[in-house]
Design a protein around this ligand. Structure first.
Ligand code: TYD
Ligand code: MG
Length: 465
């Protein structure tokens, strides 16, 4: 086999160099040189010849292309399946991203253990030893059968980081499903850069994608997100893979959200909810109920918002607390909502409702470790703060939905009826929503709807005298 050559390419301007340079001589960008594999025309062509049908690719009529709808491999874990868009597509490559320790390996091991009942699965780990993984697998077995003999027959494990060796194992075992844990540990030996570097991550992922497309094996790739948020890996991977799922959650909370941010085979922003327990990731089929479980009814500073996670409405409790600032500037401390959104809401409360927050510290917490990025929760946040400040509780059976405008007006949010139906199904009897300008469909039944034009009107309805 001809020796593969690599070169360094500036990611800003495309200048190439045989050696890595700290600063690009063409565009002066720093640290922009990334190692890439050079493939000469001849090897590229011969690869096409062997993988293709004896010639270069041939255009076909759309109607002549085989396969209507994909045959998906069903995933027994419902919440996982829903995020994938209803099962695993053969030949696809899926990235599972998330913070270290959030539960990616646990979730993948659980999934592969269940999938291995029907087909061969190869789990490649570069992070843990085979023994460690086996111990974890036994721990994840259901209560009664915590014995090694209950482990699935068709689940193969290997600790390997050399991508060539991994490809060898794949050929030997020929699995239906391949898991790479994690992409940061694999490397292509022909490249100089160390494992985990952008070049290695990108080239390895490209090779895995080719493997998936050529062989029809479904490949799952785990990727760590680094602390700084500049993702050495997952971000450069996002356009290589077919589907990107992120596992999110608060390290100190049990709930984990599996969110799809890109999906070539299904809807994005679909969400699966899990709880990390002793026996691994347990599905939470009814998350609203779980998020409201510990709620103290009739306590000041607690409001219920209805947020959409993908197509799924979720009821969450929002807590607000105001307390006198003893010295210095008053603090604004959000947990689960955006800092600037909180500043905006407190500013509207000060200016439009004459709420005296200038000498108050304000804390806002979204219960359950959820992160809300939606302005639809504005009203509930404002109500929780006002409720704490005035020491008056919000009606216990009332849900609050609405985006706040700078003049203190309430603005309509999307999918309002889906939200209200979820609130009604969880036993909420009343809801305050923004006033509708056009009446398209009637309000859902089983819940009394109050339309409010402004924050002021809404709070009059929500707070108990
Ligand atoms: P892990 O799946 O190793 O995280 P990642 O692969 O994303 O880095 O999960 C590690 C954490 O999960 C660890 O802190 C222990 C916890 N955990 C449980 O709480 N219950 C369990 O059953 C398992 C296997 C792990
Ligand atoms: Mg792991």
């Amino acid at each position: 086999m001809a020796k593969t050559k690599t070169q360094y390419v500036c990611q800003e301007c495309g200048r190439t160099s045989p050696k890595v340079l700290g600063r690009c001589p063409q565009c002066d960008a720093w640290d922009s040189m990334v190692e890439e594999i050079v493939e000469d025309e001849k090897t590229a062509l011969s690869r096409v010849n062997t993988h293709g049908m004896g010639s270069l690719s041939v255009p076909k009529r759309l109607s002549e292309i085989e396969g209507e709808g994909e045959d998906r491999i069903p995933v027994p874990i419902n919440e996982f399946s829903r995020v994938l868009g209803g099962g695993v597509v053969p030949g696809s490559i899926v990235l599972i991203g998330g913070d270290p320790g959030i539960g990616k390996s646990t979730l993948m091991l659980q999934m592969t253990m269940q999938m291995a009942a029907g087909s061969k699965v190869l789990y490649v780990s570069g992070e843990e030893s085979a023994r460690q993984i086996k111990m974890r697998a036994i721990r994840l077995l259901p209560g009664a059968e915590k014995k090694a003999h209950a482990l699935p027959e068709e689940l193969y494990l290997v600790t390997e980081t050399n991508l060539d060796a991994i490809m060898g194992h794949v050929r030997a075992i020929n699995p239906r499903l391949l898991v790479i844990d994690s992409i940061q540990t694999v490397y292509r030996p022909e490249m100089e850069s160390s494992a985990g570097s952008i070049s290695q991550v990108r080239e390895s992922a490209s090779r895995l994608r080719e493997l998936a497309k050529d062989s029809g094996i479904a490949v799952f790739v785990i990727g760590h997100v680094t602390k700084q948020g500049t993702i050495a890996g997952p971000r450069v991977l996002e356009h290589i893979v077919d589907t990107v799922l992120y596992l999110e959650g608060d390290q100190f909370q049990a709930y984990r959200l599996l969110r799809s941010v890109k999906n070539r085979f299904g809807a994005t922003s679909e969400v699966g909810v899990f709880e990390m327990q002793e026996r691994g990731m347990i599905q939470v089929p009814n998350p609203s109920e779980a998020f409201l479980a510990e709620r103290m009814v009739n306590a000041p500073g607690s409001a219920i918002a209805v947020t959409m996670e993908g197509t799924r409405p979720l009821l969450v409790e929002i807590q607000g607390l105001t307390s006198f600032t003893n010295f210095g500037n008053p603090r604004r401390t959000p947990n689960g909502i955006d800092f600037n959104r909180l500043l905006l809401i407190t500013a509207v409360l000060s200016r439009r409702l004459n709420l005296r927050l200038s000498d108050q510290d304000v804390f806002v917490n979204v219960v359950g470790g959820l992160r809300l990025d939606e302005p639809a929760a504005d009203l509930a946040v404002a109500a929780a703060i006002t409720s704490s400040m005035r020491d008056r509780p919000i009606r216990a059976d009332m849900a609050l939905v609405g985006e706040l405008g700078l003049s203190g007006e309430l603005r309509m949010v999307g999918q309002i009826n889906a939200r209200l139906r979820e609130a009604a199904s969880l036993g909420f009897r009343q809801a305050v929503v923004p006033r509708r300008l056009q009446r398209k469909e009637p309000w859902p039944g089983g819940i009394e709807i109050y339309e409010a034009r402004s924050l002021n009107d809404a709070l009059k309805l929500a707070l108990i005298e």
